[in-house]
Design a protein around this ligand. Sequence first.
Ligand SMILES: Nc1ncnc2c1ncn2[C@@H]1O[C@H](COP(=O)(O)OP(=O)(O)OP(=O)(O)O)[C@@H](O)[C@H]1O
Length: 458
Amino acid sequence: MTVMDSYLSDIWKRTLTLILEKGKQQEKLDNLIFNQFFSDSKLMDLDEKKALVVVPGYIQQTIMMQNKEIVEEAISEVQERKISCEIIMESQLQKIRPLAAKKKAPAITGLNTTNLIQDYTFDNFVVGGSNRESHSAALACAYNPGQFFNPLFIYGNSGLGKTHLLNAIGNYVSEHAPDKKVYYTTSEDFVNAVVNSIKNGQIQEFKEEMNDLDVLLVDDIQFLAGKEKSHETFFYIFNELVNNKKQICLTSDRHPTEIKGLEERLISRFSSGLSVGVDSPEFETSVAILKVKLEKQSVDPSIIDDDVLAYIASNFSQDVRKLEGALNRLLFYSINFSNSTRIDFKTAVSAFRGQAQTIDKNDLTASKIIRCVADYYGLTKLQLVSKTRTKNIATARHMAMYLCRKHLDMPYVKIGDEFGKRDHSTVMSACEKVEKGLKNDDVYRKAVSELEKLMQVN
Ligand SMILES: Nc1ncnc2c1ncn2[C@@H]1O[C@H](COP(=O)(O)OP(=O)(O)OP(=O)(O)O)[C@@H](O)[C@H]1O
């Protein structure tokens, strides 16, 4: 432990004692809540006015935020000056750490610190149709910086892996060519650095330091919009680096030509290399991502039934952050509220009650599902529950059984009763067929998604 660490730890210990005392006085906290949600927190940083507090997860963060006033009162009392607190989760720390490192670094930009997010590598980036192009372009830039696409511009909605890819490039270069200077920053930090350098009369030094880089990675470049002073500096650095065959990689939430408030000359520079998009992951990619994230948390994927991963993948794959959040919720739920060592479909349905596809279960009945499926396939309800085994009727029947299981959580036997008294193994095998179809077949996925929409409106 460094002197700084033990200094912060001592302050936090005294603060925690006060938080409990004040919380009890104000009847907002008791020992149980305090021990469960406050005791694992840490004070990571402290300056004249602000404290950075880190907590293990979402729940601790939420509960501490609810008591933020008490927390701020307590630390202000310990420090004998007014302190405001930022409370973040450990998982957010990595994004913030570089800022802290930069602050302490003697150089203007902090280039002598490695500010890459170490966890984001090509090895743990799952490739699928939605990101194949951007992954391949990023890898090419990492393998041969400055040679292929300059700049590489990766764009797409939030949470689709742009920051991950950007850092993967940096980590790859740092590992394979340690003599190369790599710098990762967000455009907001870049703007702050420019403003500070101007204020301190060091803008020339700042530019020189930047021009000395081999790889410049700038995240969320859209935030440069409207910051005219920084445009000038960035334009200069951009030209120097590109002319010297140094690699620049940028990310944004939209294509360069759609960023409003950027000078034309910058837009044209950004578009002059290669622009590649990232999209929401498709089903297989989502499942593979979930498996990678489980591995990262040292959870054996075999304790989770395949249909559970399929369920999360079909409900939360708009962005990977949502997928990760859903997985964390499931793990949290099963650790705290389930007695079983396996995580099955039923556990998942309970964990996501009210979160996954918002079909109102109170409104939904087997009969309604049968009607929707029959309409969708152009059949009658009678045909669906009949003994007929014609392929199209059987497929529709399997689909209806699967939807009853998924949305009504009905036992197999009961579903069998609804479909002309079929036995439970027939229903089980029907559900398995649809689950398999969902993994391998776009037609199944499309049908389930359209049927679920129909079930909501009908
Ligand atoms: N293909 C993937 N394989 C593995 N993890 C992924 C993949 N895509 C995204 N992730 C994970 O999803 C999370 C969000 O990704 P990231 O921060 O890179 O998104 P982003 O596109 O930069 O979002 P924003 O625009 O909001 O900054 C990260 O934890 C990242 O590791």
